[in-house]
Design a protein around this ligand. Structure first.
Ligand code: HEM
Length: 225
């Protein structure tokens, strides 16, 4: 298993496949993360603006003890692999572009999300570092999770950053989802339009629902404090 993974990393096609697979797994993390965080809002069936449901959710995650650490290390490895391979592929592409004989027929249509993948990716990485200091690495968060998230997102600068990042997530996923399937070899004229629209639909849903969390704290009283 590990050997197949290492072998995959030795070719450009394999690296793209690993990039696609890690990207899809990260979308899975984002979906779970979103469902957990929506508990902070008045979202029907899910939300509890008093913060109790969110605090229970954080306690529930902590109840996994050492397994939570294992999951966090796995998540870190996913992000690290995705980012390192993205950098490597970018270097290879720019190297190839310098050499005129490169065949560029396989690049697909250039759209705003597709051309901005590096920028949205870099901004998301910067956000994740800020984000970890906001909550995961903040002692106050572990004392009273819902209160600290509510207080942070109610502050205009932080709230607006989270709002903008939600849109960046949408832009990144919009192209990344379709591109991941292509890199994994799932490309067929009959399915491609469906994959493009599935990616766009997923991106819009993720962006709107993520944005609804800071928007709730920025534009309403917020319930947790
Ligand atoms: C409105 C948006 C968001 C809110 C309110 C939010 C909230 C949180 C909170 C409260 C934690 C700490 C959880 C804990 O330690 O138990 C956390 C962790 C984390 N968040 Fe977010 N998040 C948001 C968006 C995002 C986005 C867009 C990304 C990725 C692009 C992201 C990536 C992460 C990561 C990687 C962790 C660390 C997970 C861990 O170590 O267990 N978050 N987030």
């Amino acid at each position: 298993m590990l050997r197949r993974f290492v072998n995959a990393l030795s070719s450009s096609v394999g690296r793209k496949a690993v990039m696609g697979l890690t990207g899809l797994l990260l979308v899975g993390f984002l979906a779970e993360h979103l469902l957990g965080n929506l508990k902070l809002t008045p979202m029907p069936l899910l939300g509890d603006p008093e913060g109790g449901e969110f605090d229970h959710y954080v306690e529930f995650l902590k109840s996994f003890g050492p397994w939570l650490k294992v999951a966090e290390v796995g998540l870190f490895a996913l992000f690290a692999a995705h980012i390192v391979i993205a950098l490597r592929l970018t270097m290879e592409n720019s190297e190839a572009r310098k050499q005129k004989y490169v065949i560029r027929s396989n690049r697909g249509a250039q759209t705003v999300p597709s051309t901005s993948m590096h920028i949205t990716g870099a901004l998301l990485l910067a956000f994740i570092i800020k984000h970890l200091f906001d909550f995961r690495l903040n002692d106050a968060f572990h004392e009273s999770p819902a209160e600290v998230v509510g207080e942070t997102l109610s502050q205009p600068v932080h709230g607006l950053i989270y709002l903008l990042v939600s849109l960046l997530v949408g832009l990144h996923v919009s192209h990344g989802f379709r591109s991941a399937f292509q890199s994994l070899g799932a490309s067929h004229p009959a399915w491609n339009p469906l994959l493009v629209w599935l990616g766009r639909g997923l991106a819009v849903v993720l962006a709107i629902l993520f944005a609804s969390i800071p928007a709730y704290f920025l534009f309403s009283q917020g319930g947790a404090h």
